[in-house]
Design a protein around this ligand. Structure first.
Ligand code: ADP
Ligand code: MG
Length: 406
């Protein structure tokens, strides 16, 4: 297994630092443990999903010098599980231990305009966009791009947070009032045929691996269901994979990165956004592939050879949001009635609406079959008498955008 590691590799037993305490960090820490590494989490909150399962943790403000020093002193190499953390923190840590991916990649990907400028400058297709810093910019931008359009905060947004849909001129005033003083980007609303992602991993030796195309369905701007392999024309799959690979190479990535794509109604692929870390749409790799996205992140940052990314069984993943708790604690015991369905819970105490609490993954003979099973299993957990009666969360088409989600 460890036959051809690169020169700057970290052997099992090393301490892997993870910036951020969420579910991605939790699954990374579990993968690290299963390969014999130790995980050390840096989280701003106590009892975080990642902190609960890691070997050790530093709890403190990301900008606190003491906390940064304590975290760095206990690790051999660091990575991150979120983009919304101060670039300066990642940079400061990189003066003490290697940070992979490099903080410069975090800086590009944590800022929508910087990211879009990087993509456009390197010839990758993106939706038409305009930088917005004032009311006048917005008026000019809307004239240039047309409506419908989407106004997004340049940083700090996730799961559709910080986004406003502008269908008519009066929506623009509401959008500006809501985000007064924040730097924004205005993007043309794309008539979506489909959403896709490609998760790539790149080792320190430049070797790239990917799990192919994953098809994603969103509800209210939040990922709802992912299926792999994504069923699209092979030429389009190749085009998406080639773009994702080239983006990883251009950025000199060492680690795991998700490239989110829009497929528009005319069959054109556009890059939506980049996440230089494992991604919600890649959770199904835990069950579908010999190497999960989390194990691959461990391998990449430790300088080990990347593992096989074959999708050995079609799979589908459905998110479990806090809304599922509306009618009381979900009936998790019912999962055991489903063969080939696996439950993951993140250890979060407060099930707020829209909050990602866990997910379920199903394996099937085809991606569509896995998709049907995973929805049925989720319905069963929710406590519907007849699991086939309603497809929880499927009432809004993925292409339908709602105005100004909070
Ligand atoms: P986040 O960081 O919240 O994931 P995204 O830019 O990926 O932000 O937006 C979330 C979702 O909102 C997308 O996956 C898509 O469903 C919808 N969306 C965002 N931008 C556009 C757009 N320009 N055209 C159509 N749908 C969009
Ligand atoms: Mg997104």
């Amino acid at each position: 297994m460890w036959s051809t590691p690169s020169q700057d590799w970290f052997s099992p037993g090393a301490n892997l630092g993870i910036l951020g305490g969420g579910q991605l960090g939790r699954m990374f820490a579990l993968a690290a443990r299963s390969l014999g590494y130790r995980g050390h989490v840096f989280s701003e909150e106590k009892n975080s999903p990642a902190g609960q399962v890691a070997d050790s943790e530093t709890v403190g403000d990301f900008l606190d010098e003491d906390a940064i020093a304590r975290f760095s002193a206990g690790i051999d190499v660091a990575t991150f599980e979120i983009e919304n953390l101060p670039y300066e923190t990642a940079l400061r840590i990189s003066e003490m231990v290697p940070v992979r991916p490099d903080p410069s990649i975090l800086r590009v990907c944590q800022h929508r305009t910087r990211e879009k400028n990087f993509l456009a400058a390197n010839g990758f297709p993106v939706a038409p966009f305009v930088d917005i810093n004032s009311d006048q910019d917005l008026q000019d931008g809307l004239r240039l791009i047309g409506m419908p359009a989407i106004l997004k905060t340049v940083d700090g947004g996730y799961d559709g947070k910080g986004q406003c849909f502008i269908a008519k001129p009066s929506d623009a005033a509401t959008a500006i009032a809501r985000h007064a003083g924040q730097a924004m980007v205005l993007e043309k609303a794309i008539d979506l045929a489909m959403e896709l992602s490609v998760i790539v991993a790149r080792g320190s030796d430049g070797h790239v691996a990917h799990w192919g195309v994953i098809a994603n369905r969103h509800e209210h701007h939040i990922l709802d269901v992912s299926m792999a392999p994504g069923e699209i024309a092979p030429e389009l799959a190749d085009e998406a994979i080639t773009m994702a690979t080239e983006i990883a190479q251009q950025l000199d990535l060492v680690g795991v990165m998700c490239v989110e794509f829009f497929l528009d109604s005319r069959g054109k692929l556009l890059v939506n956004e980049l996440a230089p870390r494992p991604h919600n749409s890649g959770h199904l790799t835990i069950e579908a592939s010999p190497t999960s996205q989390f194990e691959q992140q461990v391998r990449a940052i430790c300088g080990l050879p990347l593992g096989s990314t074959a999708i050995v069984r079609p799979a589908a993943m459905a998110n479990l949001l806090g809304d599922l708790w509306d009618e009381g604690v979900p009936h998790f015991e019912r999962i055991s009635a489903y063969r080939n369905v696996r439950l993951h819970l993140y250890g979060k105490a407060n099930p707020r609406p829209g909050r990602k609490m866990g997910h379920v993954t199903a394996l099937g003979r085809t991606p569509a079959e896995a998709g049907r099973i995973v929805r049925k299993a989720r319905n069963a957990i929710r406590g519907n008498e007849n699991p086939q009666a309603t497809d929880f969360g499927a009432s809004v088409e993925s292409t339908q955008l709602l105005p100004c989600p909070s």
